[in-house]
Design a protein around this ligand. Structure first.
Ligand code: ADP
Ligand code: MG
Length: 537
C-alpha cells in the first residue's frame, strides 16, 4: 500500500537516479563556473550582462554575474547560494568559491567513474578540508604595517576598477573601518553604520568620506543660519505637527467655537513642545516626520534650526555620532536625551543642497560617491562595498595568506603528502581534492594569457625547492612572473580563503549527497539538461 502510493507520486515526475543524477548536477555546476572563471584575478575580463529589456551592466564581479544570471538548474542555484554566502561572510572570494566547487565536483565524478562510492569521496573531502584549514592558519601571518593592509585591500579590488581609483577607494575603506573598529556588533555593522550617498557629477576619484551624516536636504526655515559650530541636538522620531482629526474621530460642533478651540489647543501644544525644547537649550532639531507651518516661526524665534523628513537610518547615524537619543514625543525629551554636534554646514553639490552634520562620537559615517553616470557610480559602490567589507573584517582579524595562487599550490602539495597517510579509498578522494585546489592558479594563469599547466608545474617546483618560505611563491598575473607574494604585496585575507575553501567543500558535498533528482513533469520551466546527460552516460 505504502509502495503503491509512492509509485503514484513518482509517476508525475521525471527521475534521474544515481550516477545519472550526479553527472547532470556536475554539468550544471561546471557550466556556471565556466561563466565566471574568466573574470578571476587582476587580468580577468569583464562581463556584459544584458537584461531582457535591453538594459546592460558591465562588471568584473563574479557574484554580480551569477546573481544576475537567470539560472534555472537547482544545482546551479545551490552554487549561487554558496557564492552569496561567501559574499555575505567574507565579502570577497566569490568567484574562487564557484570555480573551486565545480572543480571538486568534476574530480569527484572521475572518481565515481573509477568505482569510488560518493560517500567515500565525501569522507575524503572532509578530511582534506580539515587539513587545509589548519594548514592555512599555520601558513598565515599577521599584517603588520598599514602599507601591507593597503596591499590586501587593493588586491581585493584588482581588476575591478583602475588602480588609481582602487588606491583612493582603499584609503576611504580603511579609514571607515578604523572609525568603526571599536564598535560592538556583528559583521553587518559595516553596512548599517556607513551611509552610501550618491551624488551625480564629478570624477569617481572625488568620492569622499565624511565623518558625520551627509544628506540631500536643506533646513526648514531659510531664515535660520546656513551653518553653525558646536551645539545641542535633539532627534524626534515623529513630527512637530498640529494634532489632526483622525478620519473616524468626531467632534461635536455644538457651538461655533469648538473647531477654533481645537485648532488653538493644538497650536498651544506645539508652542509647549517648542518652549520645552528651547528650555533644554536645543540648537538643532531633527524630525522624522513633518514640521507644521505654525511651528516653523516658533522654532526660529527660539534660535532652533530644524530639519524634517529624515529616514530612520539617517536618524540612527546621527544618534550614533551625536549621542542624542531618538525620542518619539518632543514633550518627553529630557536633558540626557540630548546630544552634541560639532559642526553643521550646507553646501550645494551638483546643484542640490546637501547638509553635513558632524558629531564628536565615532561609530557612523557617510561615504559620498561621485561619478558622471549611474553605471560608473554603481561599479565604484560595488568596489567600495568589497573594500569596506574586507577592511572592516581585517581590522578584527588581520591574518593573511599569499595570493596569486601561491596558497593553493602550497595546499595542494601539502594535501597530497597528507593523502599518503590515509590508507584506503579515501586517499584517492584526498588526492582529487588537492588537484582541485590547483584550479585557482590555473585560472589565474589562463586569464593572464599563460599556459596553465606550465605555470602550475613551475610554481610547485619553485615552492618545493625553497624549504623556508616556498609557500609564498606565486604568480604575479600582471607580469606573468613567479615571485614571492609578500615582496610584491599580493595577499589574500585568511578569512576569505578559508571561508571559500570550507564553503566550496560544503557545497560540493551537498551536491554529492544527491542520489535522486525528481523533476516535476509538465513544468515548462524544466530545462533540458536531461537529454545531454543521456548522451554522456
Ligand atoms: P574572487 O571573486 O574569488 O575574489 P577575484 O577576481 O577578486 O575573484 O580574484 C581573486 C584572486 O586573484 C585571488 O586568488 C588573488 O590572490 C588573485 N590576485 C589578485 N591580484 C593578483 C595579481 N596581481 N597576481 C596574481 N593573482 C592575483
Ligand atoms: Mg576578489
Amino acid at each position: 500500500m505504502v509502495q503503491a502510493e509512492h509509485d503514484v507520486a513518482i509517476q508525475d515526475t521525471d527521475r534521474l537516479e544515481g550516477r545519472a543524477a550526479l553527472v547532470n548536477n556536475v554539468k550544471a555546476a561546471v557550466a556556471l563556473a565556466g561563466a565566471v572563471r574568466s573574470t578571476l584575478g587582476p587580468r580577468g575580463l569583464d562581463k556584459m550582462l544584458v537584461d531582457g529589456d535591453g538594459s546592460s551592466l558591465v562588471t568584473n564581479d563574479g557574484v554580480t554575474v551569477i546573481e544576475t544570471a537567470r539560472v534555472e538548474h537547482p544545482t546551479a542555484r545551490l552554487l549561487i547560494s554558496a557564492s552569496s554566502s561567501q559574499d555575505k561572510a567574507a565579502r570577497d572570494g566569490t568567484t574562487s568559491t564557484v570555480v573551486l566547487t565545480a572543480e571538486l565536483l568534476q574530480n569527484s565524478l572521475e572518481l565515481v567513474r573509477m568505482g569510488v562510492h560518493p560517500s567515500t569521496i565525501i569522507n575524503g573531502y572532509l578530511l582534506a578540508e580539515r587539513e587545509s584549514i589548519s594548514e592555512l592558519e599555520r601558513v598565515s601571518r599577521e599584517t603588520i604595517s598599514p602599507e601591507e593592509m593597503k596591499s590586501v585591500i587593493s588586491t581585493t579590488l584588482a581588476g575591478k576598477i583602475s588602480s588609481a581609483l582602487a588606491s583612493h577607494i582603499t584609503d576611504i575603506a580603511l579609514e571607515a573601518a578604523e572609525i568603526l573598529s571599536e564598535e560592538n556588533g556583528g559583521d553587518d555593522l559595516e553596512r548599517l553604520r556607513v551611509k552610501r550617498l550618491e551624488v551625480s557629477g564629478g570624477l569617481s576619484t572625488d568620492s569622499t568620506l565624511i565623518k558625520g551624516l551627509m544628506i540631500a536636504k536643506t533646513r526648514v526655515d531659510m531664515g535660520t543660519p546656513r551653518s553653525s559650530g558646536e551645539g545641542t541636538i535633539a532627534i524626534i522620531d515623529g513630527g512637530l505637527e498640529n494634532a489632526k482629526l483622525e478620519m473616524e474621530a468626531e467632534i461635536e460642533v455644538s457651538s461655533p467655537g469648538v473647531l477654533r478651540d481645537f485648532h488653538e489647543r493644538s497650536i498651544a501644544n506645539l508652542r509647549k513642545s517648542v518652549d520645552h525644547l528651547s528650555s533644554l537649550g536645543v540648537d538643532l532639531l531633527i524630525v522624522r516626520d513633518g514640521v507644521s507651518d505654525e511651528a516653523v516661526p516658533m522654532l526660529s524665534d527660539k534660535g532652533i534650526t530644524s530639519y524634517r523628513r529624515f529616514e530612520r537610518i539617517d536618524l540612527e547615524i546621527l544618534s550614533r555620532i551625536t549621542g542624542a537619543r531618538i525620542i518619539r514625543d518632543p514633550l518627553r525629551i529630557s536633558e540626557e536625551d540630548l546630544g552634541t554636534f560639532t559642526n553643521r554646514e550646507e553646501e550645494s553639490i551638483a546643484g542640490v543642497t546637501h547638509t553635513t552634520i558632524e558629531g564628536p562620537e565615532r561609530g557612523a559615517l557617510t561615504v559620498v560617491f561621485r561619478g558622471t553616470s549611474p553605471h560608473i557610480r554603481e561599479e565604484v559602490m560595488r568596489a567600495f562595498d568589497d573594500a569596506m567589507g574586507v577592511s572592516f573584517r581585517m581590522v578584527r582579524d588581520s591574518r593573511v595568506v599569499p595570493g596569486g595562487g601561491a596558497i593553493q599550490i602550497h595546499l595542494a602539495r601539502h594535501i597530497r603528502a597528507f593523502a599518503l597517510g590515509n590508507p584506503g579509498r579515501e586517499q584517492l578522494a584526498i588526492e582529487g581534492y588537492a588537484a582541485a585546489l590547483e584550479v585557482i592558479p590555473r585560472a589565474l594563469a589562463e586569464n593572464a594569457g599563460l599556459d596553465p599547466i606550465d605555470v602550475v608545474l613551475d610554481l610547485s617546483a619553485a615552492q618545493a625547492s625553497d624549504q623556508n618560505n616556498g609557500s609564498w611563491i606565486g604568480l604575479d598575473a600582471t607580469t606573468g612572473r613567479k615571485v614571492r607574494m609578500d615582496e610584491i604585496g599580493i595577499f589574500d585575507p585568511l578569512f576569505v580563503t578559508s571561508h571559500s575553501i570550507s564553503g566550496s567543500t560544503e557545497a560540493a558535498i551537498s551536491i554529492l549527497r544527491i542520489n535522486d533528482v525528481l523533476w516535476a513533469k509538465q513544468d515548462p520551466t524544466t530545462p533540458d539538461w536531461k537529454d545531454e546527460e543521456d548522451q554522456e552516460d
